[in-house]
Design a protein around this ligand. Sequence first.
Ligand code: TXA
Ligand code: MG
Length: 319
Amino acid sequence: MNDVDRAIRLLDDGEVVGLPTETVYGLAADGTQAAAVSKIFKIKGRPSGHPLILHLGEASWLPRYCAGPWERAQRLASQFWPGPLTLILPRKAQTVPDEVTGGLDTVGVRVPDHPVAREVILGLGRPLAAPSANRFGGVSPTTKEHVLADLGQAVPLVLEGGPCRIGLESTIVDLSRESPYLLRPGAVSIVQLSEVLGETVLTDDGKGPAAPGTLASHYAPSARVVLVDADVLWPVALREARGCRVGVLALLGNEPPADFEGELYRVTGDLAQAAHELYAGLRFLDEQGCELILSPFAQLEGIGVAINDRLGRAAAPRS
Ligand code: TXA
Ligand code: MG
């Protein structure tokens, strides 16, 4: 039996499996089995009540798990699915257990764009509930090795799917309100969403709805993370390196000065490449034993908005 067939059998039996998507690796259970979904929370150390995303095989599955109104959902689904966009819609309580939504009357759904994930979901014939396959609050995994390092002991199978193409979690847009709201930035930008919907997508202004479970501190490595303006990155790095073990996440190819003695993870290329390598870079610098990780901000355009969002959460004070 190949690994995909093993995964389908395990999921059908109510077990939990690690699997690749185009965004990050997920820790998946059959989204229609409440007891299986509960295992996810236990393995991740995630507080129950944090809602999970349901991963569908096709957009045509939507009416089985969600209620309308459909117009906005259909526009976005036909443009961006399969792909890195999660829609929050009213849920159908008969088919979506409370364990998936944390008891909310809405549910997050997306169709992932990874051949392994789709083969598993279509083979099972039911949606998979899956958060990112890391320990709660930590850095999301973008390779099978990352999943094994975090949760290897606790899951019977992690499927191989190569490094995740995008490397950051999906964009989340809430369609359950009067106006569409962006709850989490990702590879699909707010500009793209607004264009396809033909209306302004609102963002959280601190008063509006935030995704439940999106904590200020999240996506955090063990090291302290500090964001600095690109033009003072190296002066700050040189100064800090005198006092502690410093790692620099040089996102956009910034060249270190010859006298920098810390650890370096350098990404050459554009913003998409920076997103693709962001979590691997944070994990690498952590593994080198860095006490402090310095990173410049990304440009605030396209996926740069999502990169800065995740860096900001990695840098937020921890409780
Ligand atoms: O790219 C992704 O979205 C990855 C891959 C595995 O698909 N998944 C992921 O899941 O990032 P997770 O659990 O780490 O993040 C899911 C986010 C949480 O912030 C949660 O609050 C939000 O989705 N969410 C889920 N259901 C929701 C709902 N009904 N209302 C509002 N936010 C919801
Ligand atoms: Mg997560």
